[in-house]
Ligand binder design. Sequence first.
Ligand code: HEC
Length: 152
Amino acid sequence: MSSIENVSIFYIMKLFYLTFILFFLSCTYNEYTVGCIDSSAINFNSSATVDDGSCIYETIECTTLDEFPRYELCIQQIFSESCVGCHQYGNANGGLQLSTYDQIREAVINNDVLNRIVLDDNNPLLMPQGNKLSDLQIYLIQQWVSNGALND
Ligand code: HEC
């Protein structure tokens, strides 16, 4: 093997080595710069400069007096937690199902859902029976209905 060949192999090795170091450094660098860059998110990363779509927001839906509660994020959840158990296909008490948006919309518009949820605790007609919704939940349902009971 000539000394020229030895030298070029040395240079090639060196190039590989440098490339590896640069690659490693760029990965390490990236780890510190990508993250959630929205300061209103709960996992805001102040040292991040590139958003990686990982932002997580505290959900305020259904926990505050929202004038425009949304069906998908709030209302549906109240009905599925408090009503569906007794008002679904195969167990439709009073002949009423409250599983889907269409059923719920129909019920709030044509049935007395709004009247039945505001009755006194000891009234046998109260819905859910003997287990009144919270004032907040009742308010949110009332708001949703008065805003048109939209599938939003
Ligand atoms: C533990 C079971 C149970 C739960 C939970 C429940 N219901 Fe009922 N519901 C019944 C029964 C039984 C009837 C039929 C007797 C009656 O009309 O009181 C009924 C009847 C109704 C009716 C009258 C239907 C009609 O057309 O006559 C409405 C409206 C109603 N429920 C709404 C609701 C809503 C809204 C919820 C949730 C917020 C709910 N119910 C939760 C058992 C339940």
